[in-house]
Design a protein around this ligand. Structure first.
Ligand SMILES: *[C@@H]1O[C@H](CO)[C@@H](O)[C@H](O)[C@H]1NC(C)=O
Ligand SMILES: *[C@@H]1O[C@H](CO)[C@@H](O)[C@H](O)[C@H]1NC(C)=O
Length: 228
């Protein structure tokens, strides 16, 4: 079958979207009310970066998830449990630029320094006491590597700019609970220690000894650890 005009337009739009994704890393604004992700291409229409379910087949359940009232298991080396609600659980979030996560902290639990390459994060503390912070990059205004930190209690909100290293730690004597939201359906997470010492294959120790002012024994030790 000869390609139709519509096919050409479709290809042009897809090419344009592929190109424009280089110019900024944030989620595109939706071009329609919703674009519920669907694995079955035969039930699909509309394109905005992904194939969408036909609106005729969309149901209220496509926008629904349950279970954020249930604490996550924090019995791990970090003392933190995550319950992620993303497009993978709520297909109706597709192209809407949002992800939400329930974060449970055991006492002393820590979300280690990490970045989200594609999202701003907003944390709402519901229970407990958290010490949180982020470090600036190296802009030309002289604020490089400046730490902005705060101790938060229930009801407090903190914002973490996109792409900056940040962390959260439970400094209270009880468990803590927070809800974090991201303005991306795929915020990404690069945990600093894991990226650097837990890469597969490992980064050459010559790079790490010089970069981190460490001796090779320390680098070998760090690279031998289990980075979850
Ligand atoms: C925590 O996990 C360890 C090993 O993974 C296990 O031995 C231990 O029983 C667990 N503790 C609780 C309270 O579940
Ligand atoms: C935690 O408990 C210790 C000792 O019981 C107390 O000194 C400290 O103030 C408590 N911290 C918080 C945040 O309640």
């Amino acid at each position: 079958m000869a390609p139709t005009c519509a096919t050409h337009v479709f290809k042009l739009i897809v090419s344009f979207m592929a190109l424009s994704s280089f110019s900024h890393a944030y989620d595109h604004d939706p071009l329609q009310d919703f674009c519920v992700a669907v694995p079955d291409a035969s039930a699909a229409v509309f394109v905005n970066g992904k194939i969408c379910k036909s609106p005729k087949l969309v149901t209220p359940d496509d926008f629904h998830a349950t279970g954020l009232n249930v604490p996550s298991n924090t019995n791990n080396s970090l003392g933190v449990g995550l319950n992620v609600v993303s497009v993978n659980r709520v297909p109706g979030l597709n192209t809407l630029g949002l992800t939400v996560v329930r974060v449970d902290f055991a006492p002393n639990g820590v979300v280690p320094p990490h970045v989200h390459p594609r999202a701003t994060e907003v944390l709402v503390v519901l229970e407990g006491t958290l010490y949180v912070g982020f470090v600036t990059s190296n802009p030309s205004d002289g604020t490089k590597n400046r730490l902005f930190s705060k101790t938060l209690n229930a009801g407090d909100v903190y914002a973490f700019p996109p792409g900056l290293v940040h962390f959260q730690r439970n400094v209270g004597n009880t468990t803590a609970l927070g809800i974090v939201s991201f303005n991306s359906q795929n915020p990404g997470i690069a945990t600093s220690a894991n990226s650097i010492f837990g890469s597969d294959p490992p980064i050459s120790s010559e790079v790490l000894t010089k970069s981190f002012q460490l001796d090779k024994k320390t680098v070998d030790y760090l690279q031998s650890r289990h980075w979850i």
